[in-house]
Structures are given as C-alpha cells and as structure tokens.
Design a protein. Structure first.
Length: 160
C-alpha cells in the first residue's frame, strides 16, 4: 500500500515542475517575432527597432529627446531619438501610406515598417548650437530647425 504523504509530495513536485516549464515557455514565447510588433518594428537591413508610431503631438527638440530617453516600451528602456541618416534609412518612395498632419491636412507617408507618422520627425543630429535636423516622410526633405520650434514636429524613437 502506498504512503499517502509520499504520494502527495510526488504530485506536488510534479505540478510544480509543470508550472516551472509552463512559465519558461511563456517567457520564451514573449520573445518571439509575433510579440515584437507590440514593442516595435525591426528593420532587417539595419537591425534597428523603431516604435510603431511617433509620439503623436507637437514637441520641440528637447522634448523629443526627453520623450525617447524616458520611453519604457516592452522590457526596453534604451530608446533614443534617431540620427537624420537613420530616419532617411527607413524612407521609401515605393511605399504610400495615406495619413494626415496634426492640423488635418491629408498627405502620403513614405516609410518602411508601416509606422504611424503624424508629422515631421526630429533627429538627434544637430547643426550648430541651436539647430537640429528634422525629416519629413511625406517629401523626404531634411530641414534644420531651431531647438525650440515645435509645430508639426514629432518624436519617433529607435533602439539597437
């Protein structure tokens, strides 16, 4: 005849093992490409991961930098404002995404990764002591603007 205490301990250990394995599988599944869209889009050409949308409201350059550096998305806290060349790298005239500026004017965005754009994007690239580069995904134009200018300027964040 089996000892009920030994049997119960065996069942408990078995159930504990099942829970540990299930937890490990769940953590592994959270790292799969299926859940990557919750964190962002990774450009296969560069390995950079972009947020799926910009911040959605007018910001000046300092606010854009702060937004990205303070962003906590997924398990990541190493987001930053991209360089002007990194922004240029995801511009693609072969992609046409209907969209609009914050004032409601309709436009077409030309951006890889089906990213949601709502204005010009600040870059971390400076031009002198008071200016930084901004990129427009509707035209491909790079424009230097004063740090304090905020109309239609957004923060699209990136991480490696």
């Amino acid at each position: 005849m089996r000892n009920p205490m030994i049997f119960a301990k065996g069942v408990t250990l078995f159930l504990l093992l099942v829970l540990v394995i299930a937890g490990q599988q769940a953590r592994a599944q959270n790292q799969t490409p299926a859940n990557a869209a919750l964190v962002g889009w990774t450009d296969p050409a560069t390995g950079l991961t972009w947020t799926t949308a910009d911040n959605g409201s007018d910001v000046n350059w300092d606010q854009a930098k702060a937004y990205c550096s303070n962003l906590r998305l997924g398990e990541y806290s190493d987001w930053r404002l991209p360089t002007i060349d990194e922004l240029w790298g995801i511009y693609d005239t072969g992609i046409n995404i209907p969209g609009q500026w914050s004032d409601g004017d309709m436009t077409t965005w030309h951006v890889k990764g089906n990213l949601k754009i709502s204005g010009g994007q600040w870059s971390s690239s400076q031009l002198g002591a008071k200016y930084a580069w901004r990129f427009a995904f509707n035209s491909g134009n790079r424009t230097s603007l004063r740090f304090d200018y905020n109309s239609y300027n957004r923060a699209l964040c990136v991480r490696r």
